[in-house]
Design a protein around this ligand. Structure first.
Ligand code: IPE
Ligand code: IPE
Ligand code: MG
Length: 243
């Protein structure tokens, strides 16, 4: 049920994936340029990651820019690159200082050289933190492209793959799969996000636009997640026997 609150018994997902959608519409509704929506969306992203960490979440993956988004108008993309240029270091330094490794998921070669440099530098700076807690930002990311890349890596090595070894060829190598996937912005689709990794994720769709998705909304999504029965193919009786 929706509308529940978090309490001491709430099961906290280890890994939350978020599709931050609705920045443009949110701005348009306020007669503001789309770039303003992206700026507010980025701030909200940071706030939500902080809240998730406070609640004990170990991994947060945010879909910030898809491979397909590179077909958007040049000015919009340039605005997004400028946000990375001006804000990324400050925000990621603040978030990762809590002991989280940053990983950028996606094809960095799609970005201008100076933006690539910022992304790689931030990622490297956080390698001092232990594995097991992380922030993934999907930028220039597409799940099909990720899967094809993994297939080609396996082919180049002349190997057949298992589910486990294939997972290790994806950008998310070594990390647990998302338990909860949240999409804002009213759309009920994956838009080429983590197709492999969300095989058993619980999916939560919100009508709110991303810049207005509050910490309370995140908590509501987690409380909803906590009520789900995750069977992974088993029956309820089998789950009861085990517990
Ligand atoms: C999501 O918001 C962020 C990016 C894809 C960069 P949108 O930009 O898709 O916002 P809407 O869906 O047009 O409102
Ligand atoms: C998905 O949002 C990609 C990101 C949130 C980064 P879009 O707004 O691009 O998705 P579609 O095109 O409406 O499916
Ligand atoms: Mg959108």
């Amino acid at each position: 049920m929706r509308g529940n609150k978090i309490n001491a018994g709430t099961k906290i997902p280890a890994h939350i994936a978020m599709i931050m959608d609705g920045n443009g519409r949110w701005a348009k509704n306020r007669l503001m340029p789309r770039s303003y929506g992206h700026k507010q969306g980025l701030e909200r992203m940071v706030g939500l990651i902080e809240r998730a960490f406070d609640l004990g979440v170990s991994f947060v993956t945010v879909y910030a820019l898809s491979t397909e988004n590179f077909t958007r108008p040049k000015e919009e993309l340039e605005g997004l690159f400028n946000l990375i240029r001006t804000r990324f270091e400050e925000y990621m330094t603040r978030l990762c200082a809590r002991g989280f490794r940053l990983r950028v998921l996606g094809d960095l070669s799609l970005f201008p050289a100076d933006v690539q440099e910022i992304l790689i530098k931030q990622q490297e700076k956080t390698q001092i933190y232990p594995e097991g807690k992380g922030i993934n930002i999907a930028l220039g990311y597409g799940a099909r492209a990720e899967i094809v890349r993994a297939v080609n890596l396996a082919v180049a090595k002349g190997e057949t793959v298992s589910e486990q070894s294939f997972s290790n060829l994806l950008y998310t190598q070594g990390q647990p799969d998302p338990d909860l996937l949240i999409r804002t912005g009213k759309e009920v689709r994956l838009s080429n996000f983590l197709l492999w990794q969300v095989a058993y994720a619980e999916m939560y769709f919100s009508d709110k636009m991303f810049p207005e998705f509050s910490d309370g909304d995140l908590e509501e999504a987690i409380a909803w997640y906590s009520e789900r029965t995750r069977r992974f193919g088993k029956t309820d009786e089998q789950l009861e026997e085990k517990s």
